[in-house]
Design a protein around this ligand. Sequence first.
Ligand SMILES: [Mg+2]
Length: 131
Amino acid sequence: MNLKGVKILEKEAVAWQKKKHSSMQLDDYQENAKKTAIYAPEHMIMYPALGLAGEAGEVANKVKKIMRDGIQNLPPDWKHQLASEIGDVLWYCAVLASDLNVSLGTIAAQNIEKLERRKRTGTLQGSGDKR
Ligand SMILES: [Mg+2]
């Protein structure tokens, strides 16, 4: 194998490790999120889906206030506040995935693979789920 081939293998190995590592972290997060989920079994899927929409709205509302008030008039911890809302979104994503019995790490990995494929094929822009 030539030097170019070795470098490609090294790059693939690093990408695999990163993918595996980040998948494990997300799956660990998902397990911990499940432990704090309190809702009736008959509300599975619906409860976290509605919560996800609500928390995404909280993110949008905070960004709206940044537009309205200007970045210079924001409280010093505005980034922390926005990050906290993103965390709430993540919690609902994790719990919704659990209700579907799907690994959050798998969802993340498949999403990145889809986006990388779209980038390779020049279809990042445009619309439609089947690009
Ligand atoms: Mg919130």
